[in-house]
Design a protein around this ligand. Structure first.
Ligand SMILES: Nc1ncnc2c1ncn2[C@@H]1O[C@H](COP(=O)(O)OP(=O)(O)OP(=O)(O)O)[C@@H](O)[C@H]1O
Length: 241
């Protein structure tokens, strides 16, 4: 399996502080790869580097065979930021149709994306009048409407109820099955088990790049929360040693 993303020896500073340290990882094509780590560990920074909007100190980020941010990638990469990026004074349907039209897609594609994120009943509501979780899903509909080759989703399930979270994860896997690659961040370890592969990050250091099964095996526990803690402790011991 080839890699949709290859990150090599990436170093990033934000302000005066280094927030990614010699970060090397891969995201296999067609996978749903989870980027998991505590708040402030560097997930958004890594995603920004992948979509080519983050200044880097050194290292390389290669996306679908091109340097991150290359113009060849413009219609191949979708990015969902944490801040909703939809127009508050348009309805869900108008927003999604607008994004669809940018890619030359029909209203049908927009309606499918709205249905995929569970917003069909709210499709004619103004985005400004939606709940936070609904607004996040409206953004997600706009990000997935063009079915990009690579989807970079920053905490797409935050604020969603368990039933909807479950549906969204099923949708992510369906998109991967249809040929997309997904990089999905979360700080909730119970979402880790839903990924094909995991990148575990802490304080800007990669602490695991494995399948969930291998993370469990190498940490010696079935509980992924506990596994993360054990891997952190092992890393700390290594640093002291
Ligand atoms: N614009 C900025 N200027 C300076 N430092 C920043 C900026 N944005 C983020 N940082 C710092 O960079 C580090 C990594 O932040 P980042 O947003 O990548 O973390 P994260 O893992 O995505 O966190 P969260 O889960 O809370 O979104 C943090 O220490 C943060 O304080």
């Amino acid at each position: 399996m080839s890699n949709a993303i290859e990150v090599e020896h990436l170093v990033i500073a934000r302000g005066k502080r280094r927030v990614l340290h010699d970060f090397t990882c891969t995201v296999p094509s067609g996978s749903v790869t989870g980027l998991l780590g505590p708040s402030g560990s560097g997930k958004t920074t890594l995603m920004r580097a992948v979509v080519g909007v983050q200044k880097i100190v050194s290292g390389t980020v290669t996306v679908l065979g091109h340097p991150a941010g290359a113009k060849e990638l413009r219609d191949k990469v979708g990015y969902l930021t944490q801040a909703p990026s939809v127009y508050a004074d348009l309805t869900v349907r108008e927003n999604t149709r607008y994004f669809a039209s940018l890619y030359g897609l029909s209203a049908k594609a927009a309606d499918e994306a709205i249905s995929d994120v569970g917003l069909t009943q709210a499709k004619d509501q103004l985005v400004g009048q939606l709940s936070g979780g609904q607004r996040a899903r409206a953004s997600l509909a706009c990000a997935i409407v063009s079915k990009p080759q690579l989807l970079v989703l920053d905490e797409p399930t935050v604020g969603q109820d368990p039933v909807l979270r479950n549906e969204l994860w099923q949708r992510f896997h369906a998109l991967a099955k249809a040929g997309s690659t997904l990089l999905v961040s979360s700080h909730v370890m119970d979402e880790a088990g839903r990924c094909d592969r995991l990148l575990l990050i802490r304080d800007g250091y990669l602490i695991a790049d494995q399948t969930p099964a291998d993370v469990r095996l190498s940490a010696g526990t079935d509980d992924l929360d506990e596994a993360f803690l054990r891997l952190v402790q092992a890393q700390d011991t290594q640093k002291v040693g």
